[in-house]
Ligand binder design. Structure first.
Ligand code: HEM
Length: 452
């Protein structure tokens, strides 16, 4: 019966742009992914078919269809092909972001307690202290790349919250090695990454950085196991966490999770902040409302986790900036079997794409979507918003494990810095979104920082 139904819907292959012989739509996609996807959605609607080097790709452009893949039918999908290429495996190993099936379920269960809301509240102070440290180096009137500052800041936070005091000496080495790794990803097209077995200078630097990090991480794990110390950091929680049968993570598994958290946990939050500075600088009315809120809630003192309830406009700003410039701009899955989504046949092995860049700017769900308007996140305004019209952290069982951590971090950092400095983006610079694994500002965000 199910087979017959699928055979019937097989005729309904969705429309899409015509591709070239062999390469399909690869060149158009690679040249300008954001505009290519936008054109596909505008011209062909909620389900679009295209291909790249023989890989069949289905773009889903409706909240219900996205929910169907991420939630209702999640068991029929695994992560997309892109996550199985060598450099990704080399770094993330079998960590939470890349693992599948029962293994992933077990790991998620072991790691989850470390991310509970009450647990992560402990890290609030580290976040604020690190942010204060960064602005100590800001000289009045100087021009800085605030994107670089945010990258450095969020990396330091993830290193300190994961490893706590143990990293005092290694922190700088860890930060440098991770920066080499992150830059290697950002500087390459996702289609070049599979060629990473070629010994180019970038690849050699990358391999060396991975080796160095592996060494440091293994050393810290060994030390922590030997001393049997219990601390308040994430590594302690991961070391202690036990499955129902009493089993714990192996060293290799801990290494994969730690590396995953380092990488998944810093660049995304840094980007949410970099784009926030960029947008705030162009919207003085939003900035002055923010400053009023900060004055009222904090009166010049540094924020604390207990202030977050009073910093609702600050949080709305972060949400709105992740709507326009979602650090994760696309999520991919691969179908494990033939199935039907939205009346269309999706064959086993096909890749499914769901793009935050498209959904978050869709006028069906967001009034005047190009406008930066944090007020749209007021409680009463979002009641009618379909759940998957906005999904910066993904959804379903694979929802970002660090979502509360990230929201707390971004809000506290924005509050700490904004009440002390005005960040004015240098006029006439081109701030172009670069859709690599994440959505980066291609040339950074240069800004003049002035104390308030
Ligand atoms: C603004 C900041 C962040 C954004 C936009 C973001 C976005 C995402 C998205 C979209 C996914 C789902 C990917 C998919 O379904 O294919 C994800 C997964 C994940 N994120 Fe985040 N993330 C952020 C911050 C963090 C932080 C701070 C951490 C950790 C400290 C983290 C750790 C992870 C991990 C481990 C996964 C994989 C979860 C699983 O599959 O079980 N992320 N993130």
């Amino acid at each position: 019966m199910a087979q017959r139904k699928l055979a019937m819907t097989a005729a309904l292959k969705p429309a899409g742009p015509k591709g070239r012989f062999l390469v399909g739509n690869l060149l158009e996609f690679d040249r300008d992914p954001l505009n290519f996807l936008l054109r596909c959605a505008r011209e062909y609607g909620d389900v679009v078919y295209f291909s790249a080097l023989g890989v069949q790709i289905y773009l889903l452009n409706h909240p219900d269809l996205i929910e169907s893949v991420l939630v209702t039918n999640n068991r029929n999908f695994i992560k997309d092909k892109g996550l199985r290429i060598r450099p990704i495996r080399q770094i993330f190993g079998n960590g939470l972001l890349t693992s599948e099936g029962d293994f992933w379920i077990r790991q998620r269960r072991l790691a989850q307690p470390a991310f509970h809301r009450e647990r992560i509240a402990v890290y609030g102070q580290v976040m604020v202290d690190c942010a204060e440290q960064v602005i100590k180096n800001w000289r009045p009137g100087e021009t800085r790349d605030v994107h670089q500052d945010m990258m450095h800041l969020t990396l330091e936070i993830v290193v300190k919250t994961l490893f706590g005091a143990d990293t005092a000496t290694e922190a700088q080495d860890v930060v440098e090695a991770i920066e080499v790794i992150a830059n290697q990803f950002a500087s390459q097209s996702i289609y070049i990454l599979p060629l990473s077995f070629l010994p180019t200078p970038g690849q050699i630097r990358f391999d060396r950085a991975v080796k160095k990090l592996n060494k440091i991480i293994h050393q810290i794990i060994r030390m922590r196991r030997d001393r049997r110390q219990d601390r308040d950091d994430l590594l302690s929680l991961l070391l202690q966490s036990q499955d129902e049968d009493g089993s714990q993570m192996t060293d290799q598994q801990l290494r994969d999770e730690v590396m995953t958290l380092f990488l998944a946990g810093h660049e995304t939050t840094a980007l949410a902040l970099s784009w926030t500075w960029y947008l705030l600088a162009q919207h003085p009315e939003v900035e002055s409302k923010l400053i009023s809120e900060l004055r009222e809630a904090l009166n010049g003192r540094p924020p604390m986790v207990s202030d977050l309830r009073q910093l609702s406009y600050c949080e709305m700003i972060v949400k709105e900036s992740m709507r326009l410039y979602s650090p994760a701009w696309v999520i991919g899955r691969e179908a494990l079997q033939d199935l039907e989504i939205g009346g269309h046949f999706i064959p086993k092995g096909a890749q499914v794409m769901m793009s935050q860049w498209l959904m978050h700017r869709d006028p069906r769900y967001f009034d005047r979507p190009e406008e930066f308007r944090p007020e749209r996140w007021a409680e009463e305004q979002i009641k009618s918003l379909p759940k998957y019209a906005y999904f910066p952290f993904g959804g379903g069982p694979r929802l970002c494990i660090g979502n509360s951590f990230a929201m707390m971090e971004a809000t506290l950092i924005l509050a700490t810095i904004a009440q002390r400095f005005h960040v004015a983006v240098v006029p006439d610079q081109t701030v172009t979104p670069l859709p690599s694994i994440t959505l980066r500002p291609k040339y950074g965000v240069k800004a003049i920082v002035t104390p308030r």
